[in-house]
Design a binder for this molecule. Structure first.
Ligand code: ATR
Length: 278
């Protein structure tokens, strides 16, 4: 049996097993199984040993271990290096390599590389577009890197704990850091990378009511959260007449890249796999 894992803490709500087991069945990888495992920081070393000994073939890493796993790895791919964030592990030539597929997954989402759309929702190219990012957690560096990849050169970042925003500024010196609770006057894109909204009715205390539809119908509010499908952040934006998108396609796109690293198969993001996330 070829075993794959997603590790994190908490992990109960991870939908990665649903997606990967669906693809494993679809592509007839009958001897493969993907499970979730709740781990503590002290367990990371053992996980790597399991990969080294082929007890586990591939691993997805999620909150809060995307950075903490790095010291245990032999190599990083270029995106993991740039973002200091790893979400996928695989052994190649006896080396445990850490990959970052969040970055490519978000890049695909920005460019509209997902089913049923030839119309990228982002205002491409992103040069001179103002992009306001809320949060500086494990995935935010991947978001910044992907936006830069599409030409973004006006990124403003705000996080409740300012030191974490300043840490990201060390990786991406061109970004501007704003105190939590403040916001730029008007931006073209506002992205929530915080965990606020995961619990129903939970809401960021930042007022965007002046982003009203008469002038700002092209402004995009993007939330990385996809469950609930529409956070209060997105609902308010929709009611104001702004464009909205949740993190579902990014989640599927990052999973697609991880699956490809492990199996060499490029899985299709079909209607059925999309429905699994509803
Ligand atoms: P981690 O910080 O361990 O990487 P994460 O889930 O990737 O975890 O990130 C959580 C993000 O949501 C952080 O930006 C966090 O802000 P802090 O750095 O200040 O903790 C943000 N966040 C969580 N709860 C929040 C709240 N109630 N208000 C504002 N931001 C919040």
């Amino acid at each position: 049996m070829k075993k794959y894992l997603v590790i994190g803490n908490p992990i109960e709500h991870s939908l990665s097993p649903l997606i990967h087991n669906y693809w494993m069945e679809k592509y007839r990888l009958v001897d493969s199984v993907y499970e979730k495992r709740k781990v503590e920081e002290k367990d990371l070393k053992n996980i790597i040993e399991e990969v080294r000994k082929d007890k586990v073939v591939g691993v997805n890493v999620t909150v809060p271990f995307k950075k903490l796993i790095i010291p245990f790895l032999d190599e990083l791919d270029s995106m993991a290096k740039e973002t200091q964030s790893v979400n996928t592990l695989f052994k190649i030539n006896n080396k445990i390599v850490g990959y970052n597929t969040d970055r490519a997954g978000f890049g695909d989402t920005i460019r509209g590389v997902y089913p049923r759309s030839n119309d990228p929702i982002m205002p491409l190219p992103l040069e001179h577009k103002c992009i306001f990012i809320l949060g500086a957690g494990g995935v935010t560096a991947s978001i910044i890197s992907a936006l830069k990849g599409e030409g973004a050169n006006n990124i403003i970042l705000s996080n409740r704990t300012k030191e974490k925003a300043n840490e990201l500024k060390k990786l991406f010196p061109e970004i501007e850091v704003l105190d939590w609770g403040k916001r730029p006057s008007i931006c073209n894109v506002v992205i929530n990378t915080t965990s606020v909204g995961l619990t129903k009715d939970e809401e960021l205390k930042i007022d965007f009511s002046d982003y009203d539809k008469n002038f700002h119908k092209n402004i995009l509010f993007y939330d990385l959260i996809y469950n609930p499908e529409e956070t209060v952040f997105l609902k308010k934006a929709r009611l104001r007449g702004n464009k909205i998108m949740n993190g579902k396609m990014m989640f599927l796109n990052q999973a697609k890249y991880a699956f490809n690293i492990w199996t060499n198969i490029e899985p299709e993001i079909d209607d059925e796999v999309i429905k699994l996330l509803d």
